[in-house]
Design a protein around this ligand. Structure first.
Ligand code: ATP
Length: 234
């Protein structure tokens, strides 16, 4: 097992955001977290990447307890994150933004940079444009590309389809599949549950800080209560 989250509790002040979340991600999988606003999806990703501290519980990566490890060390171990809200550096070019993802690496970056440009030809066309002047969808691509530049074993993607036009949404999901088929494990948070479940090996449904259901993605697509709550009841 690549990533194991064991009964974690996370608080913002006195408010419990995660109340005993457990989940597993095996090497090579695409795993999704779905759930309503405020269910704790983003907090779960931030806790895995080390941006939020745990109150209790454990996170294991390749069997190693990383619960107290600082975030930058988790990046070196192989946990990459494309955060919600993107965090693109506006005054840096597209290429400089991508290279920022690799600042912990000392090896040759050219192959990975070429691969990111192959996944996102739009970024290649605009490598000298300032990040801040790229469109919302393009900034999303930068955020994902930057996470890939850390050469992660698992990439955590927070709402990659958010704010994108329908055509771009389809494209982003195709790219996620492609990233996975090139060997990167994916943990995905998505509002767009239909699309996420379709491409996920497994998924977890979160409600108010708890996992209420977990199953293969396709199975959850056919689950009446999931359809009712997250797929518009169709
Ligand atoms: P969304 O889909 O709306 O992003 P989410 O499932 O990702 O929702 P989280 O963002 O993880 O949910 O939030 C979980 C809970 O923690 C919510 O009740 C939220 O209000 C609370 N929370 C999140 N961030 C903070 C913060 N910085 N300070 C206080 N409370 C927070």
């Amino acid at each position: 097992m690549l990533l194991e989250v064991k009964d974690i509790n996370v608080h913002y002040g006195k408010i419990a955001a995660l109340k005993g979340i457990s989940l597993e991600v095996n090497e090579g999988e695409i795993v999704s977290l779905i759930g309503a606003n405020g269910a704790g999806k983003t907090t779960t990703l931030k806790t895995i990447s080390g941006l939020r501290p745990l109150t209790s519980g454990k996170i294991l990566f390749n069997g190693e307890d990383i619960s107290k490890m600082p975030g930058h060390k988790r990046v070196i171990l192989g946990i990459g994150q494309a955060p919600e809200g993107r965090g693109v550096f506006p005054g840096m070019t597209v290429q400089e933004n991508l290279l920022m993802g690799a600042y912990t690496r000392k090896d040759d970056l050219s192959k990975d940079l070429a691969e990111v440009y192959e996944l996102f030809p739009r970024l290649a066309e605009r490598k000298s444009q300032f990040g801040g002047t790229m469109s919302g969808g393009e900034q999303q691509m930068i955020a994902i590309g930057r996470a890939l530049m850390t050469k992660p074993k698992v990439v955590l993607l927070d709402e990659p389809s958010m704010g994108l036009a329908p055509m771009l949404i389809a494209q982003i999901f195709t790219i996620i599949k492609e990233i996975n088929s090139r060997g990167t494990t994916v943990l995905l948070v998505e509002q767009n549950a239909q699309q996420a479940l379709k491409l996920s090996d497994r998924a977890y449904v979160l409600e108010t800080g708890r996992v209420v259901k977990s199953a293969p993605g396709r199975e959850l697509l056919d689950d009446p209560s999931v359809r009712e709550a997250y797929l518009g009841g169709h």
